[in-house]
Design a protein around this ligand. Sequence first.
Ligand SMILES: *Cc1c(COP(=O)(O)O)cnc(C)c1O
Length: 447
Amino acid sequence: MHELIEKSKKNLWLPFTQMKDYDENPLIIESGNGIKVKDINGKEYYDGFSSVWLNVHGHRKKELDDAIKKQLGKIAHSTLLGMTNVPATELAEKLIEISPENLTRVFYSDSGAEAMEIALKMAFQYWKNIGKPEKQKFISMKNGYHGDTIGAVSVGSIELFHHVYGPLMFESFKAPIPYVYRSESGDPVQCRDECLHELERLLIENHGEIAALSIESMVQGASGMIVMPEGFLAGVRKLCTNYDVLLIVDEVATGFGRTGKMFACEHENVQPDLMAAGKGITGGYLPIAVTFATEDIYKAFYDDYENLKTFFHGHSYTGNQLGCAVAIENLRLFESEEIVEQVARKTERLHLLLQDLKSLPHVGDIRQLGFMCGAELVQSKETKLSYPAEQRIGYKVSLKMRELGMLTRPLGDVIAFLPPLASTTEELEEMVSIMKEAIEEVTSFVF
Ligand SMILES: *Cc1c(COP(=O)(O)O)cnc(C)c1O
């Protein structure tokens, strides 16, 4: 056994990983180039999940590497508490330029979960600061995911996490999300309208004590790439406005071109009050995340210090220069290489490739918005019967894909496919064919 594998098994504890699984199937990545990564034994893999939904231009993109080196020649990090730095200031201007119009302020952090925590705390304190302290609660969506810190999990609703950490959570009202494939009618419009009605009932009864509603933008990622039907997000925006509740949109996964728009809420012309983003912001290079706010919210915190309206929140590495410098270069490449337009253009081709998977006997549903895709595996297509959880069908398929030369991470029985945004048509074809082979092989073997 490679000596590094031994060391990894001896010393490491990996995120979101049953270490018993890791010990049985260890993997150590050593390098990357373009949309492929290579392990310490020299085996190459397509990065079929963009290293957990981050990567944009592929690995070792020269311009991004150079941006970091150039910044290193000046300074690696200084704090943003009470002062700022050059790249953080320049990046903020760029971010405001590309974000929905009403968002005018940028608050940095280091991960998507933090960006969501910050949005929640801002919403909570906003009402306090403007003299409506009774608005303290949140509405969040069933099946939602906003990260793994306690506040973010509280407004999330992945059954598994709540099962384990439930007693640590603050309560939030849960509103239904249109999961068309699993809905009774199977009709997107009916499913959407039923959900909006139920949300309105919640708001009618409780809006007086509700600070904000949090929702993933257009696609619920972690719960299985559940794409919201047309008109749903716009409907939620309208209801929030009508009932005086702030709208927090989570664009951590969907932001920065992933769905074929710079931000997914643009699909519905939605302007959120607060917006969290992260993942693709640095092209997948360094941990920078951001919470956007409206000028109205910003102003509610602006006052003489003794009135205690300050936003009391910050992290050690907030606004890190290396991260901000690479983010600026990333956004420059978005323009010069027309990344968003490219994704929009290749979406149709990818759609056709994925439709081909639908002919497989155990692929129940294919969901896609841009380069954010999921294939839901079922035991029976007729009855939509799921596999028993202990079969770990998604996990088995992902191991098979690894063997065939592609990395991804399953979401239960959903095979997630989120290729780097710069993937070429040929690369997309090869990756989908690996997916197909793995699904075919594992599902025919299991039953
Ligand atoms: C990944 C993700 C997060 C959490 O981001 P981290 O950087 O992993 O903390 C939050 N919301 C959504 C929708 C995500 O996909």
